[in-house]
Design a protein around this ligand. Structure first.
Ligand code: NAP
Length: 488
């Protein structure tokens, strides 16, 4: 099969309609929205453009199914998740190609995301069997207390374009395990992966109405009425802090339970005693995974003054050697950014840093040709006042600045309203513990450039979010606690 035919086959195999109440149907207004390949700027296909009526129909279906689903056997829920985990892995190659076409990341990274996404189903398949409660006495001995866990109820999920599959399964896995029904609204730029997930869950035996998908070009108009509907019991959002704030505000009127996985501004600290080879490798991973379009991307490198220059040069050698191109091409390590506004913002941040005195070690330009590409870039001597030290870059740009003491390093790291993740490279165990304790983040990569894992409680503090996804904590987000005081 030619490459173009293989791509067409994969795109053709995905449903383009809304998934509501176990049925695939067109949008009520008949509208469609275009999905683009960011590497060519050409249309891949069109999917249904859901309306507020469609979103409400999805909530109707979820609400109607909640009681029965909430009372289903844990074995059944675990079995569906396990089957879907296996199917995701069996179809990893096709799903990876689909993801690369709509999102742009290199095929190997898309494949890694499918495996990571599937892992949430494996993990929560086990957790579905371990939902328990406690039994205890009133302190004065008079009564007994039965504490039980119950599904929260119908949940709205809103996901971003940067990890089109994993940001879905990280929410859907625990919701299914807990017995919650779902209305899913994926990002309009990458709806295909989520629609493919809907097909997989349907084939895995998930009853109709448990998982509903509404693709739409008007996210606020379609999800707004759901957030005001008393039947909705949970909002789980992954995306920018700016949109997260609006959704928290909108959730206040129904006192809706929310989980918020928001933006990051990860510091990457390298102390003089660090293994510099390992730090450069970790930096490359933390910066370049997902073309720098990750909430966990190292956003700023703070390096001990005596090794700053050497680190910048070595990182620049590695980043400058990465092949840029369409993610489907052999050996490509840097795909396009998602769209033109994202690329413009990256270029603007680079210019701002250069204007404020940073030096260009490698890259810094928009290459000629189609696709939203930006060269892998390292900037040295970046001053603390540069915008890219405060704002999410979301692109393949590594700004490097120097610090003096350990205290100075910590102060710089914490000087942000974000608090998702930080990376620390040091071979001094006492310093490692001191710095990890002092960092105001939900996660730390200690001598490690990647932190994500299905069994770990992913999430941030400060304006990076509320709640955790993954691990036992991820399941708690979809459970309510009730106790019965028993008179003896
Ligand atoms: P975004 O603009 O906030 O969009 C995220 C999702 O929210 C999309 O589905 C979007 O729909 C929808 N949306 C936008 N405005 C909305 C509104 N007013 N009401 C309801 N839904 C709305 O973020 P993004 O650009 O897709 O993703 C990048 C951001 O996500 C970064 O800040 C990144 O750090 C963050 N992120 C965080 C994590 C984490 O775990 N902490 C993980 C991944 C990404 P449309 O498709 O219509 O825009």
């Amino acid at each position: 099969m030619s490459i173009a035919t293989e791509e067409q086959t994969v795109v053709d195999s995905v449903e383009k309609r809304l998934y509501i109440g176990g049925e695939w149907r067109d949008a009520s207004g008949g509208g469609t929205l275009e999905v683009l390949d960011p590497a060519t700027e050409e249309a891949l296909c069109e999917v249904a453009d859901g309306t507020p009526d469609d979103a409400m129909a999805a909530l109707d279906a979820a609400a109607e199914q909640q009681r029965e689903w909430g009372q289903s056997a844990p074995n059944d829920r675990a079995g569906i998740l396990w089957k879907a985990f296996e199917m995701l892995n069996e179809r990893a190659d096709e799903l990876a190609l689909l993801m690369t076409l709509e999102m742009g990341k290199p095929l190997a990274e898309s494949r890694a995301e499918i495996v990571y996404a599937a892992d949430f189903f494996r993990w929560f398949s086990g957790e579905a069997l371990r939902i328990d409660g406690t039994y205890k006495q009133f302190a004065n001995g008079t009564s007994r207390v039965l504490v039980m866990k119950q599904p929260v109820g119908p949940s709205l999920m809103i996901t971003p374009w940067n990890f089109p599959m994993a940001m879905g399964t990280r929410k859907v896995g625990p919701a299914i395990a807990a017995g919650c029904t779902i209305v899913m609204k994926p990002a309009q730029q990458t709806p295909l992966s989520m629609l493919a997930l809907g097909q997989i869950l349907e084939e895995a035996g998930l009853p109709g109405g448990v998982f509903n998908i509404v693709t739409t070009s008007s996210s606020s108009k379609t999800t707004g009425p759901l957030i005001q509907d008393p039947r909705l019991r949970k909002l789980s959002f992954t995306g920018s802090t700016e949109v997260g704030r609006k959704l928290i505000e909108a959730s206040a009127s129904q006192v809706l339970k929310t989980s918020m996985e928001l933006g990051g501004n990860a510091p990457f600290l390298i102390f003089e005693d660090a293994d510099l080879d390992a730090a450069v490798e970790g930096a490359l991973l933390a910066k370049m995974r997902n073309i720098g379009e990750a909430c966990t991307a190292a956003n700023r490198f703070h390096v001990a003054e005596p090794i700053q220059e050497e680190f910048s040069r070595r990182l620049a050698d590695k980043m400058g050697a990465l092949k840029m191109g369409r993610g489907t091409e052999e050996d490509v390590r840097v795909g396009p950014l998602i769209d033109q506004p994202s690329r413009e913002k990256v270029a603007e941040l680079v210019q701002d840093a250069l204007d404020k005195g940073a030096t260009r070690v490698v890259g810094g330009e928009i290459p000629d040709g189609r696709g939203y590409f930006f060269q892998p870039t390292v900037l040295g001597d970046v001053p603390q006042g540069a915008r890219m030290f405060r704002e999410e870059i979301f692109g393949p740009v590594a700004p490097v600045g120097a610090f003096g003491s350990e205290e100075d390093a910590l102060a710089r790291a914490n000087d942000t309203e974000y608090g998702l993740v930080a990376y620390v490279y040091t071979s001094d165990i006492k310093r490692a513990i001191r710095v990890c304790e002092g960092l105001e983040t939900g996660m730390v990569g200690l001598n490690q450039g990647m932190v994500s894992n299905a069994g770990a409680p992913f999430g941030g503090v400060k304006q990076s979010g509320i709640g955790r996804e993954g691990g036992t904590e991820g399941l708690e987000e979809f459970l309510e606690t009730k106790y019965v005081a028993v008179n003896l």
